[in-house]
Design a protein around this ligand. Structure first.
Ligand code: G
Ligand code: G
Ligand code: MN
Ligand code: NA
Length: 253
C-alpha cells in the first residue's frame, strides 16, 4: 500500500530516473543503441526495482503517465549526445497494459513531437505476450507506430510461449534474444545451434538480433560466431547515466 500510495507523482518529485544500457553492433564494433531502464529512489525505502513498481503503476492506472514521463525523459537525454554521423537508437520498454489502454500511439506521437526525436531512432520493446494479447487493436496500433517510422523490438525472445511461427506474423524489426538463451551459448552445442537458427530465421525475415545479458567473453565469442549482429550485457556495459554514455559513444575523431 505504501508503494501504491507513493508512486503516483514520484516522477514529478524527482524520485525517478532513467539509466541507459548500451547496445553494441558486433560488426561495426560500436554502440549503436541504448535501452532505457527506469529507477525509483524512494526517499525512505531506498531503491525500488522496476519489476516491483511497474506492475504497481499498471494496477494503479498510472502506467500511461509513468511511461510518458519515461519516454520524454529518455528522449530528452539522448538528443544532445554527440555522434559521428549515426545517432544512437533509443529502446524503451513498453508494458502490456499501456498497449491495452490504447493511448500508446498518441503518447508516442506526443513525445516525438515535443522532443523532436526522429521516429526512426525510437525502438519500442514489447514482449510476445503483449503483441499476442487479446484485441485486434494491438496489431493495428503497432502497425500505426511502424507507419510513423518507429521501430518495434520483440523483448525476452526465447522465454514463455515464444513461437517461431509468430515471427512471420508479427510486425517487428528487432528480436531481443533473452538472457536465458544466451547463458549457455558458449558451453552447450544445442544452445549454440538454437542461437544460429534464430539468427538465420531473423536474417530471412529481415530482423536484427540483439543478444541480451551477455556476461562473459566466451558468450560474446559464441554469439559472434553464430552471426548475431548486436549484443547487450554487463560484459559490454552496465546501465549508466546519460552523461556517462559520452565515454562509450563513438564520437568520431
Ligand atoms: O534493470 P532492470 O532491473 O532494469 O529492469 C527490470 C525490468 O523492468 C525489465 O523487464 C524492464 O523491461 C522493466 N523496465 C525497465 N524500465 C521500464 C520502463 O520504462 N517501462 C516498463 N514498462 N518496463 C520497464
Ligand atoms: O526484460 P528486459 O529485457 O527489458 O530486462 C532488461 C534487464 O536485464 C534489466 O534489468 C537489466 O538491468 C538487465 N541486464 C542487463 N544486462 C544484464 C546482464 O549482463 N546480466 C543480467 N543478469 N542482467 C542484465
Ligand atoms: Mn527490454
Ligand atoms: Na529481455
Amino acid at each position: 500500500a505504501r508503494l501504491r500510495d507513493d508512486l503516483p507523482g514520484a516522477w514529478d518529485r524527482g524520485e525517478l530516473s532513467v539509466l541507459f544500457q548500451p547496445i553494441v553492433s558486433l560488426g561495426e564494433q560500436r554502440v549503436t543503441g541504448v535501452e532505457a531502464l527506469l529507477r525509483w529512489q524512494h526517499p525512505e525505502l531506498g531503491e525500488v526495482p522496476p519489476t516491483e513498481f511497474v506492475p504497481i503503476a499498471e494496477r494503479a492506472g498510472v502506467i500511461g503517465e509513468l511511461q510518458r514521463w519515461a519516454l520524454e525523459t529518455a528522449a530528452a537525454a539522448v538528443l544532445p549526445l554527440p555522434h559521428s554521423g549515426t545517432p544512437v537508437r533509443l529502446g524503451v520498454n513498453i508494458s502490456a497494459s499501456h498497449v491495452a489502454a490504447r493511448t500508446l500511439v498518441r503518447d508516442v506521437a506526443a513525445v516525438l513531437q515535443s522532443t523532436g526525436l526522429a521516429p526512426e531512432r525510437l525502438v519500442l520493446e514489447v514482449t510476445e505476450a503483449t503483441l499476442m494479447s487479446e484485441g485486434e487493436h494491438v496489431a493495428v496500433d503497432m502497425e500505426a507506430l511502424r507507419l510513423m517510422g518507429v521501430h518495434v523490438a520483440l523483448d525476452d525472445f526465447g522465454t514463455g510461449r515464444s513461437s517461431l511461427a509468430h515471427l512471420t506474423r508479427l510486425s517487428i524489426d528487432v528480436l531481443k534474444l533473452d538472457h536465458a538463451f544466451v547463458l549457455r551459448v558458449d558451453r552447450d552445442p544445442k544452445a549454440r545451434a538454437l542461437c544460429e537458427s534464430v539468427v538465420a530465421i531473423a536474417a530471412a525475415l529481415g530482423l536484427d538480433v540483439v543478444a541480451e545479458g551477455v556476461e562473459t567473453p566466451a558468450q560474446l565469442g559464441a554469439l559472434r560466431a553464430a552471426g548475431c549482429g548486436f549484443a547487450q550485457g554487463f560484459l559490454l556495459a552496465r546501465p549508466m547515466r546519460a552523461q556517462d554514455l559520452v565515454d562509450v559513444l563513438d564520437v568520431g575523431a
